[in-house]
Design a protein around this ligand. Structure first.
Ligand code: ADP
Length: 798
């Protein structure tokens, strides 16, 4: 019973009881018996929705009660704020909660006053690199979804971070939460932890396969779900769940598909099904929700989502804006939205249980593999585990789809009877070691090859490998790479990070990204005059752009003459810049923004856009047109892979150029086939990488610092150069900045002095917004009362 729990801060057991948690679930009880609340390390491998979070909370709260400090590591940034909100309910019992996301290059000193801190593994890794003082006060660390150490891209960071934290605090309690993987025991051995492994679920899960006119469940039962001629299985299953058993227990469905596009098109189809089950009251609530969704952004994704939501269905994928995701998840939990079509991101972590789960696609395109690949058992189990809402449903149902009896049998074998895969460390991959070995040396965890190997010996990789030689070999190769690129130096046995090496580690860059950026900037310094001349010579004169086109950005060219003219500090722009080296004596014009965007887009820290059919031709052409702007030699078309990568980076850079050219988000999503969330993602990554480039340029004394800073600021605000000042004012943003500018209010100073009616007219009469903006700009009399936008002069209305 929770009331009998000891070692927790005063009031917590009662609070749990008030939440309806009177008895521990069996795996939770087992964890407490294993010493969870006495500081014992533990690996809990239990199914989704079986109360792992409470296991973590009990460990953290008891640790804090003993005067300690706890850290909760989440796998996704999106989950950090969700977890923080969840833990904040303990604040009334004197527990301070903090979340640390964003800016990698800080020591997060303010966090030292918090009792519970939530962060991603990348953030924790960077805090260790920046020597956050409170790190050695930690007494308890929770690793959520620890089976993700198996993830090629992000696993090694979690693995190394746990090893470092344990090294810093030998008595640290480590609580690792895991899905039910095959080899949880190995993970427990690695962490010197007790193991709680269980298949227990708070609500029964019936797994089955639909084929023909019925679902066959693993327990031998069947449920008739007829599919009419020419109809599809999924809508039939969604409708069937909504029919319930005729007793009014309408059930919602989660449909998992393998791509964003499929999620969107499936939602469109499911909306026609759910619409039939929406009641009158619900209809007006849904209409309101749809309006809220449209308010978030005026993109096509937003419109599509709103249209589906109005009828009671939705889609959910990583390309959605965060506000959209939250609105959809909440409405689904409130049973207003009756069906979500999602990519598997929803299965990881977000708490959205559903009466029925349909795993429509169990294969997905894998770029490295070059074709469709079956999903892991673990992934499918996690999706299926979302079925069944405790307290609402008698049981959950998870259904796979088969076209014939053979396929049905195969699916039973492959997913329903099968155990999840083993977790395997991915640490020995070179990119991972590159980053982590540099950081290990830079932050003083090891100073010699032997020391490094000894440190690596504490990782899961070392526990698992049967080829101890291999780690030594890769380590040597990586150390060579770091030395050649000037990030570390040897002095006898001792390895030290160079000043640049330290910077790279603190900036949280992959050393290969840093090397690429440094090479590019140095190349630019060497070729500056030659390239500026090429830009001035080769660029054809184009007619001045018409305002009405302003949505479309600068198109392919930002005219070199314009760039050169803009270059003279306070220049009058009169001379178009022709040919003489002396005239290029300014660092504002070169490198160009596109050149810099391309440079950061070709580093391994940027996920590049894929080339779709037809893109190769488009971007090859663009590549030749914009050749003088690239910072480095363009690979020849015969270097197949390198050239293809170059073009993908160009496509990504072009997206950024459109963004800073003030092209509408909607146009960008259409042009590049991405969601609004992806634009955000690219923009944030570019901002971070350009910030890192700025630091490196200044450290290496390269004169491109100014150009880099400007390119970064433009990405941050998504505006052309002339709007930078305005867009920096809180509450303005790219669209309002443009409207103000066109109305003659061109700077922060203008905001303080211009005629208020002019400002109000430019802001389309939004009084409250206008007042906030004027306050932010530091105007002495920001009040907008009694200002009439109709008093504005004619030229104020763009
Ligand atoms: P997991 O993290 O394992 O996916 P959660 O921790 O989100 O699962 O738990 C799922 C739900 O179960 C939550 O709503 C939680 O409040 C509830 N829950 C957890 N433990 C108990 C308990 N002992 N008694 C009743 N409800 C519980």
């Amino acid at each position: 019973r929770t009331a009998d729990l000891t070692g927790l801060p005063t009031g917590i057991p009662e609070a749990l009881r008030d939440e309806g948690i009177e008895e521990l679930y069996p795996p939770q009880a087992e964890a407490v018996e294993a010493g969870l609340t006495d500081g014992e390390s533990l690996v809990a491998a239990v199914p989704t929705a079986s109360g792992k979070t409470l296991i973590a909370e009990l460990a953290m709260l008891s640790s804090v009660a003993r005067g300690g400090k706890a850290l909760y590591i989440v796998p996704l940034r999106a989950l950090a704020s969700e977890k923080k909100a969840e833990f904040e309910r303990w604040e009334e019992y004197g527990i301070d909660v903090g979340v640390s996301t964003g800016n990698y290059e800080s020591d997060g000193e303010w966090l030292s006053s918090r009792d519970i801190i939530v962060a991603t593994s990348e953030k924790v890794d960077s805090l260790v690199r920046n020597n956050a003082a409170w790190m050695d006060q930690l007494t308890c660390v929770v690793a959520d979804e620890v089976h993700l150490v198996d993830d090629r891209h992000r696993g090694p960071t979690l693995e190394v971070t746990l090893a470092k934290l344990r090294r810093l605090n030998p008595n640290l309690q480590v609580v690792a939460l895991s899905a039910t993987v095959g080899n949880a025991g190995v993970v427990a051995d690695w962490l010197d932890a007790e193991l709680v492994k269980s298949d227990w679920r708070p609500i029964d899960l019936k797994m089955g396969v639909h084929y023909g006119n019925a679902v066959s469940f693993a327990d031998g039962s069947q449920r008739e779900v007829p599919v009419g001629r020419g109809e599809r299985q999924t809508p039939a299953l969604v409708a069937d769940a909504l029919e319930g058993d005729g007793e009014g227990d309408q059930g919602s469905s989660l449909v998992f598909v393998n791509s964003r596009r499929n999620a969107e098109s499936a939602a469109r189809r499911m909306a026609d099904v759910t619409e039939r089950y929406v009641t009158g009251d619900e209809r007006s609530d849904l209409a309101e929700l749809a309006a809220e969704i449209r308010d978030v952004s005026d993109t096509e994704t937003s419109e599509d989502l709103a249209n589906a939501v109005a009828k009671g269905a939705a889609f959910h994928h990583a390309g959605l804006a965060a506000e959209h995701r939250t609105l959809v998840e909440d409405a689904f939990r409130d049973r207003l939205i009756k069906c979500i079509c999602a990519t598997p991101t929803l299965a990881a972590g977000v708490n959205t249980p559903s009466r029925r789960v349909v795993v429509r696609d169990w294969q997905r395109y894998d770029g490295d593999y070059g074709g469709m690949k079956p999903l892991d058992v673990l992934e499918v189990h996690q999706m299926m585990g979302r079925a069944g809402r405790p307290g609402l449903d008698p049981y959950g149902e998870a259904v796979l789809l088969a076209k014939d009896a053979d396929a049905r049998d195969e699916l039973f074998e492959r997913y329903i009877w099968a155990d999840a895969e083993d977790v395997r460390s991915k640490l020995a991959a070179e990119p991972a070691l590159r980053t982590h070995l540099l950081a290990t040396v830079a932050s003083g965890f090891a100073h010699t090859r032997e020391g490094l190997l000894e440190f690596l010996d504490q990782t899961l990789y070392a526990t698992q490998t049967d080829d101890p030689e291999r780690l030594g070999q890769v380590t040597d190769r990586v150390l060579d790479y770091l030395e050649v690129n000037g990030f570390v130096e040897f002095e006898g046995e001792t390895i030290r990070a160079t000043p640049v090496g330290h910077t790279v580690s603190r900036l949280y860059l992959d050393p290969m990204s840093a090397a690429e950026i440094i090479d590019g900037l140095e190349w630019a310094a060497d070729h500056r005059n030659e390239k500026l001349r090429a830009l001035a010579d080769e660029t054809p004169e184009k007619p001045k752009r018409d305002r009405s086109e302003s949505d479309d950005g600068p198109g392919g060219f930002q005219r070199a003459s314009e760039m050169v003219a803009a270059g003279g500090e306070g220049g009058d722009g009169a001379d178009g810049g022709d040919g003489d080296a002396d005239e290029f004596e300014t660092d504002r014009t070169y490198p160009t923004p596109l050149g810099l965007y391309h440079l950061v887009c070709r580093t391994p820290d940027m996920y590049q856009l894929y080339l779709k059919s037809g893109d190769r031709e488009t971007y090859t052409e663009l590549c030749y047109e914009r050749e003088p702007e690239f910072l480095g030699r363009v690979p020849s078309e015969y270097e197949d892979v390198a050239f293809e990568d170059w073009l993908s980076a160009l496509k990504t850079a072009k997206l950024l150029e459109d963004w800073v050219g003030e092209v509408d988000e909607d146009r960008i999503t259409e042009r590049y086939g991405v969601g609004p969330g992806d634009i955000r993602g690219k923009v944030e990554t570019a901002e971070w990488l350009l910030g890192a480039a700025e630091r490196l340029a200044s450290e290496l004394d390269l004169d491109s610092v100014y150009a880099v800073r400007e390119a970064k600021k433009r990405v941050e605000y998504g505006v052309r150069e002339e709007l930078l000042d305005l867009a920096g004012v809180r509450g303005v943003g790219r669209k309002r900045a443009r409207r103000l500018f066109e109305a003659g209010v061109e700077s922060r100073a203008d905001l303080r002095e211009a005629d208020k009616s002019r400002i109000l007219a430019a802001l389309r009469g939004r009084r409250k917004t206008a007042q906030n903006i004027l306050e932010a700009a530091g105007r002495k009399d920001p009040s907008m009362d009694e200002v009439d936008e109709d008093d504005a002069p004619d030229d104020a209305v763009p």
